[in-house]
Design a protein around this ligand. Structure first.
Ligand code: NAD
Length: 286
């Protein structure tokens, strides 16, 4: 049987989540997506109208099939955690069962088990503010959406995962080196995500025999990255300074994720894997 993957954090065809879905589909995996509730309508409409058909083309010429799209808001674990104003919000009221626990239950009902869990989501409401100007609310919101969301997904999906399964998240070098402009506590959130990758690799490895890794990806002009405001500068900086002087494609990150999710990587867990044209290895710009 082919593998089944649940990829959280796909709402268009520009980001890393979409590219990872494609690489996994090309390797024969069945694709389930978790899409942020407020973005669900436009994503499903665009899918249905064929707006993504060009980017659904796989190397063998066939189109990536998306088996099912689940609404998801990864900052809420259970229905009891959802505040009244969010429940009443028109965009949320139109969907149901989108807390992490409920999505895991729905996937279990629909498909029984999965083999691969991908976390490709982040959100920091104050990302454009320097850390020194970040509010407590903004900081905690960044960690909730970008780091705890992975713990929550793993907690509720691990019982559905077949032994030998793999999980992957996406991180950024700002966790360990100063990247001015990556603010709002997002650097802290990525540091937490990387540390959690190690601890969860131990816990989930022992308890469920699954692997936990994170990919530290170079800059990509995704929707989320454009919202930060400095992505073009980061891409230019990488082109100028990285060992490999080429633009990083989302597909290169997708392919690394497919490797990490496969039995070829069966002894790799608790790792931060750099897919960034080698930029992380530089000490100074040249
Ligand atoms: P993206 O916009 O394609 O993906 C982010 C997704 O997160 C969006 O689909 C958004 O709808 C979703 N999301 C936000 N809050 C959510 C929530 N509460 N619940 C569920 N979904 C939610 O952008 P991307 O840049 O491909 O981001 C994917 C991952 O890659 C993120 O973790 C990001 O930090 C990481 N990353 C990106 C870059 C880059 O340069 N683009 C570099 C390194 C790491």
């Amino acid at each position: 049987r082919g593998k089944r993957a649940f990829i959280a954090g796909v709402a268009d065809d520009n980001g890393y989540g979409w590219a990872i879905a494609k690489s996994l589909a090309a390797a024969g995996a069945e694709i389930l997506l978790g899409t942020w509730v407020p973005a669900l309508n436009i994503f499903e409409t665009s899918l249905r109208r064929g707006k993504f058909d060009e980017s659904r083309v796989l190397p063998d010429g066939s189109l990536m099939e998306i088996k099912k799209v689940y609404p998801l808001d990864a900052v809420y674990d259970t229905p009891e955690d959802v505040p009244e104003d969010v429940k009443a919000n028109k965009r949320y009221a139109g969907s149901s069962n989108w807390t992490v626990k409920e999505v895991a239950e729905s996937v279990k009902q629909d498909f029984g088990t999965i083999d691969i869990l991908v976390h490709s989501l982040a959100n920091g409401p104050e990302v454009t503010k320097p850390l020194l100007e970040t509010s407590r609310y903004g900081y905690l919101a960044a960690v909730s959406a970008s780091s705890y969301s992975f713990i929550s997904l793993l907690k509720y999906f691990a019982p559905l995962m077949n032994p030998g399964g793999a999980t992957i998240s996406l991180t950024y070098i700002a966790s360990e080196s100063i990247i001015p402009g990556y603010g709002g506590g997002m650097s802290s959130a990525k540091a937490a995500l990387e540390s959690d990758t190690r601890v969860l690799a131990f816990e989930a490895g022992r308890k469920h025999r699954i692997r936990v890794n994170t990919i530290s990806a170079g800059p990509l002009r995704s929707r989320a990255a454009k919202a930060i405001g400095f992505i073009d500068m980061m891409i230019d900086y990488s082109l100028e300074n990285a060992p490999l002087q080429k633009e990083l494609s989302a597909e290169e990150v997708g392919n690394a994720a497919a490797f990490l999710a496969s039995p070829l990587a069966s002894a790799i867990t608790g790792a931060v894997v750099y897919v960034d044209n080698g930029l992380n290895a530089m000490g100074v710009g040249v």
